[in-house]
Design a protein around this ligand. Sequence first.
Ligand code: LLP
Length: 425
Amino acid sequence: MDHFQMRDGVMHVEDVPLPAIAAAVGTPLYVYSTATMVRHAQVFSEALNQLPQAPLIAFAVKANPNAAVLATLAAAGLGADVVSGGELLRAVNAGVSADRIVFSGVGKTADEMALALNHGIYQFNLESEPEAEMLSAVAVSLGKVAPVAFRINPDVDAGTHAKISTGKSENKFGVAYDRAQAAYAMARDLPGLSVQGVAVHIGSQLTDLAPLEAAFGRIGGLIESLRRAGHRIDVADLGGGLGVPYDPALPPPPLPADYGAMVCRVTAGWQVRLVFEPGRLIVGNAGVLLTRVIRVKQGVNEPFVIVDAAMNDLMRPSLYDAWHDIRAVTPSGDRFTANVVGPVCESGDTFAMHRVMDETGPGDLLAFMTAGAYGATMAGTYNSRPLTPEVMVSGNDWSIVRARQPIEALIAADSLPPWLAKEKL
Ligand code: LLP
């Protein structure tokens, strides 16, 4: 459920009409609903409340690292799953306590490991044997002990887009299932590491529970055999990946309650604390990208609706052929078929082709729905387009939580080499 509803013919976010925010802040901009993200955090937690041990629900910061989002979710009781030193610092700054932070990723550097050790995070999810060796050396040099799990690659096809699948043996992620025993034996003998768990994450936007269940089943088997080999396994991190509805015409992905029931069934008797790393599920439907139509241009078949948002603001359609619902903020009731494109000089700067949508013209506001996850966080400045601002709504209050980047700031970030700077004088 989300809090983007029509009232008197105008789309509102909670109690705030979107045109009011657009008029004050300009477009394009991201708008987030506090109530939606808090509700999703609660629904996910409730889906897991039958587990024998209270789980750690660590929001995948990469999905939306805005400080206001992280602070909202920290207050709602979520921890953080981070994949860089930057994300770690963002989570800590937003009020996530370090003992609720897990650190994933194949390329953690020694500096990032030291930062996380000094903060005292809950767990490092190691993705390879050389990473275990590096962490051991860093921990010893700091006089610390690093709590670790290995992320296991279960060789399961997540059935999602190839660019967001991570659990097949050919993917770069995790330690191969067949090598797991050897990796744990090696880590046990390394100083400065305390082996405490296992981790798995097979991909994102999963719309079927079967691959998750298959992966978790394999992890259950591994926990047993690791214990038989004398390892202490107290934690199992089951990752994120549950999909959200993007296209209202398609069957919705499994509900968190169905996911929770499956997890309870598959993990019964594991005797571990479970960790979850949901990202998209928490924030996906809590955000829209608001854009204004610049002009409508005739095409061969359908018109091109040229909007002031572009691929640099929302990469998902050009990167993954992702489908986002596009709705008029003040729809007339008429519909037409159109192509929706941005101003960037690439044909890939296309949000929708042959889309049956609300009829729209110059100056109209459009909302790209389900843009709260992997939206602003993946934005760039291609074509010298400044980063998009972000606004957070709560009830009838709203606030800018990231200001529009001034073009001057973008230009000032570069500097000239001395030989060119001199010429300029
Ligand atoms: N844990 C790990 C280790 C991950 O790599 C990810 C996402 C998550 C958790 C969170 O997954 P979620 O619950 O959000 O599905 N940019 C792509 C998605 C990339 C996902 C990367 N990893 C997109 O826009 O679809």
